[in-house]
Write a protein that binds this ligand. Structure first.
Ligand SMILES: [Zn+2]
Length: 466
């Protein structure tokens, strides 16, 4: 049974999908006006692993993630770069895709863009106007929050709380300060589209309501995003969709925590953010991916040089384990797969699944993987372990790291085949108790600039440091 914490009901709930074995999920995507920072990378990594886990549990996952390619920030950036909004959006979609590929993100099933949705967005707004949930004012169209009794249910705030919180801008075109723009009128000199209310552009929130309906239907299973989107973005999505469709918009809401740097939230406005690209150039994308997985998705997480370096060291251990197991499969003698080993592996798999089924606890899942690594390294070092046992261990190891989408970056361990062959010959020599020959091969390996060591965790090959 999969349970997830639902922001809407504020408790952990069993995941029950609308259609059996199918999950329709919507994740708010990037506004493409710049390179993504680590705070943007977190939901991308977290919900990619969530999707992989659901697929591992045999769900057919339809995942939609939009590109916000029409936005005031893009227009501003276009002016800065002496370019057009269209060219800026295209450029940063390309840059986003480089980062997403680097982070080993599976392509979403559908990636709609706002610029392809303008007529449908206009239709959506027209429905809201007809139903009295929206009104035109000086070329703008606003959502009438006072008409919506349930407004504020996701963030758990009443309209009065929201107003006294002064988180809303005052605008004389609005009937009420809490009303938000569905359509913003603008002159024909700017990026614009024609509409029944004159030339203008859609507001930000309406795109997600419209795209989610078009791609996934009136009610979706899970809506995901960062915690900072709960208010106003997701609150407004619910308001628009439920008013227009007369149906529950999303049964579950999942939100990931933010990233802190020196105990302050990482954000563009505080100017304490790190671009994913910059961190990747120094530490590799895979270390970033691991960093995002090793903390429970709802908890705030820290970024520091120590932490990302620790992630690299953890990856070293995982890669090393895989190499050791592969070498052992090539060298161990055939025999039986003992019940003891088989039971241990099954228990590991069960614990891993249980951790992820429990509100998607990747932190606990990762601990299970590292316990497995310790166990397998000991197993390899045992003289009486069999090829079949190591094969079963390697297969489970690959199965679990695959769900996390890890071990994809280093195509090989950088150790030449010649060295691997010598290491294998040396293992054989030692097995035959031909220690003289084993020593001779060790010297040959050293002469080629590599060191081979037997550790409790198995065999380790390293390039000598000059
Ligand atoms: Zn959205």
């Amino acid at each position: 049974m999969i349970t997830i914490y639902n922001t809407l009901t504020k408790r952990k709930e069993e995941l029950k999908t609308i259609e059996p074995n199918t999950v329709r999920m919507y994740v708010c995507g990037p506004t493409v006006y710049n390179y993504i920072h680590l705070g943007n990378a977190r939901p991308i990594c977290v919900f990619d692993v969530f999707r992989r886990f659901l697929e591992y549990r045999k769900y057919n996952v339809i995942m939609v993630q939009n590109f916000t390619d029409v936005n005031d920030k893009i227009i501003k950036q276009a002016k800065l770069e002496g370019s057009t909004p269209e060219a800026i959006a295209e450029k940063y979609i390309g840059e986003y895709e480089i980062d997403a590929k680097g982070l080993n993100i599976k392509k979403p099933s559908i990636q709609p863009k706002v610029s392809d949705y303008i007529p449908k967005i206009i239709e959506f707004i027209e429905v809201l106007v007809e139903k009295g949930y929206a009104y035109q004012s000086n070329g703008d169209v606003y959502y009438r929050t006072r008409k919506d009794d349930s407004y504020g249910k996701l963030s758990g705030q009443s309209l009065d709380d929201l107003i006294s919180g002064a988180r809303v801008e005052i605008n004389e075109n609005k009937e009420d300060p809490l009303d938000f723009a569905l359509w913003k009128g603008c002159s024909k000199d700017e990026q614009h589209w024609d509409s029944p209310w004159g030339s203008g552009r859609p507001g930000w929130h309406i795109e997600c309501s419209c795209m989610a309906k078009d791609t996934l239907g009136d009610t979706i299973d899970i809506h995901c995003g960062g915690q900072d989107l709960i208010f106003p973005h997701h609150e407004n999505e619910i308001a628009q969709s439920e008013a227009a469709n007369g149906q529950v918009f999303s049964n579950y809401w999942m939100h990931n925590g933010h990233i802190n740097v020196d105990n302050k939230k990482m954000s563009k406005s505080l100017n304490n953010f790190f671009l994913t690209r910059e961190v990747a150039e120094r530490y590799g994308y895979e270390a970033i991916r691991l960093l995002m997985i090793q903390t429970h998705y709802r908890a705030p997480m820290n970024y520091s040089v120590d932490l990302i370096e620790a992630c690299r060291a953890s990856l070293d251990r995982l890669y090393q384990c895989r190499t050791t197991l592969e070498l052992a499969v090539a060298n161990k003698s055939s025999g039986v797969l003992s019940e003891e080993v088989q039971n241990h592996l099954e228990t590991s798999r069960d614990s891993f699944i249980a951790a992820l089924e429990n509100d998607f606890n990747t932190a606990d899942g990762l601990s299970v993987i590292f316990d497995l690594v310790r166990y397998l390294n000991v197993l390899v070092a045992k003289s009486d372990s069999t090829k079949e046992e190591i094969e079963a261990g390697l297969s489970l190891f690959n199965e679990l790291v695959d769900i996390f989408g890890l071990l994809y970056e280093r195509k090989d361990d950088g150790i030449p085949d010649e060295i691997h062959t010598l290491v294998e010959q040396r293992i054989m020599a030692r097995k035959e108790k031909n220690y003289q020959e084993a020593d001779r091969i060790r010297e040959q390996i050293n002469a080629l600039g590599y060191v081979v060591k037997e550790t409790r965790q198995g065999i380790e090959i390293k390039k000598m440091v000059e």
